[in-house]
Design a binder for this molecule. Structure first.
Ligand code: PFF
Length: 451
């Protein structure tokens, strides 16, 4: 093992950092609005199926590649494939996808940070209905100074953490932020489901109408599984590369997936009962949480403070995700080009911020600049989350299942967890070799209209 490589300070270090990467805007911002636009409970069931059949097995595979090779995504594929250019290209695709996701993710993270400040200023104090909150959101996000200022601040925080390195930065940040976020969400769920008229929202999330499902929704559910689990672009691979060989991969992966899925489901129960109780429609797109949450806090005693804390925690959850995105790119440049971590993080953070400018302007000045009917922001989101991540997922499955092969993968998986029951290994190998690649391919073909 590379003794110079930094490793997690404790066994829980990996789980916390990987859960920190997984839990973020994807759970609290993206998941609820996709559920709202794509049929509620039926979408959730499809999502959960994808998590079990494709998400979890791939999370295990991705961590395994990183822990075995102890390198960044490009270096890991290069080493385990004996310098095969195709697989090196898969690693490069991962790094590029990370760059794309971070560029617009940082914009939404900036909105969240901006909402901390607006909450403290009392901007939402007298807003009683989500429609008015929506108008305010439109005004704020359309202001390029507001959105660029906060996204620049956010990028500086991200760079700051990456600058200090894995254990000092990433592990510590996740240890403090995650538990508090969990508690606050539970508090909001309790408030939401006890509101008068909350039943409609609960039914919306639990009574599926399968007619809402088609090829496009399946692609979106798949994309969301990858996005939410930070899967398919080498983030888990990179975090896995900081793991030692005596840690258990499967149980760590299960913990991360269970934690992440619970936060998404809780976020659903936090948003929809109050939304429907207030008579609003679920399909509101990416502004959903910014319309409903500020108002919700007005019906809670101490709402002013809770609102500040909530957006602060949402920003922190986003931060543990942005650091994993920047870490992938930084680890690549540090390992491959021998640049110092400090220099690399500042330069790359700056470049990604600039790449995010058109996304930040998509809510305002560039609102009418569309490609395939999507704004720049929506286009980057669609391509990276729904195309590149699942594509990365197919490649990871094919690599571990067929190219590197089970003969090498299984002994490496068992290192650190000799007691893993044989049937689990068998199920995992079937899912990774057959189920995951075939399912992803079918969904791709279907959404392209080919089958
Ligand atoms: N999983 C993060 C979220 O749900 O907010 C987003 C993300 C982080 C995607 C890291 C991909 C990634 F590599």
């Amino acid at each position: 093992m590379d003794n110079n490589r930094e490793h997690w300070g404790s066994k829980i270090g990996f789980i916390l950092a990987a859960a920190g990467s997984a839990i973020g805007l994807g759970n609290i911002w993206r998941f609820p609005y996709l559920v709202g636009e794509n049929g509620g409970a039926a979408f959730i069931i499809l999502y959960l199926l994808c998590v079990v059949l494709v998400g979890l097995p791939l999370v295990i595979a991705e961590i395994l590649i990183g822990r075995t090779a102890q390198k960044n995504p490009v270096g890991s594929f290069r080493e385990l494939s004996n310098h095969n250019p195709f697989w090196v290209g898969v690693g490069v695709l991962g790094v590029l996808t990370g760059l794309m996701i971070l560029s617009y993710y940082n914009v939404v993270a900036g909105w969240s940070l901006g909402y901390v400040v607006e909450s403290a200023r009392g901007s939402f104090q007298h807003i009683g209905d989500p429609e008015k909150a929506g108008i305010l959101f439109d005004q704020l996000s359309a202001s390029w100074t507001w959105s660029l200022f906060f996204s620049a601040c956010f990028m500086m925080f991200t760079i700051g953490i990456i600058y200090f390195g894995v254990i000092q930065g990433i592990e510590k940040a996740s240890k403090i932020m995650l538990p508090i976020l969990f508690l606050l969400i539970i508090l909001l769920v309790i408030r939401g489901v006890t509101l008068e008229g909350a039943r409609a929202g609960i039914c919306y999330l639990t009574k599926p109408d399968f007619s809402a499902i088609n090829g496009k929704t399946a692609l979106l559910a798949f994309g969301q599984v990858f996005f939410s689990l930070s899967l398919g672009m080498g983030a888990l691979l990179t975090y896995g590369s900081y793991m030692t060989k005596n840690e258990k991969i499967v149980s760590s992966a299960v913990s991360v997936v269970v934690l992440n899925t619970s936060v998404s489901l809780l976020a659903g129960f936090m948003i929809f009962p109050p939304l429907l109780a207030l008579g609003m429609k679920p399909a509101q797109g990416p502004s959903l949480i910014f319309n409903i949450l500020p108002v919700m806090f007005n019906s809670i005693p101490g709402g002013y403070f809770f609102r500040i804390i909530f957006f602060l925690l949402l920003s922190m959850a986003a931060l543990t995700s942005t650091i994993s995105l920047l870490e992938v790119i930084t680890a690549f440049v540090v390992d491959e080009f021998r640049l110092s971590r400090k220099k690399a993080s500042v330069i790359l953070g700056g470049i990604v911020f600039l790449l995010g400018v058109p996304s930040a302007l998509s809510a305002g000045r560039l609102e009418n600049f569309t490609i395939l009917k999507l704004t720049f922001f929506q286009l980057v989101d669609f391509i990276s989350a729904n195309i590149f991540l699942p594509l990365g997922g197919i490649f990871i499955a094919l690599f571990v299942g067929w190219f590197w092969g089970m003969k090498k993968a299984i002994p490496n998986l068992l290192e650190g967890s000799v007691a893993l029951p044989g049937f689990i290994v068998t199920i995992w190998s079937i899912l990774i070799r057959f189920v995951a690649p075939v399912l992803i391919l079918l969904i791709f073909l279907n959404s392209l209209g080919i089958i």
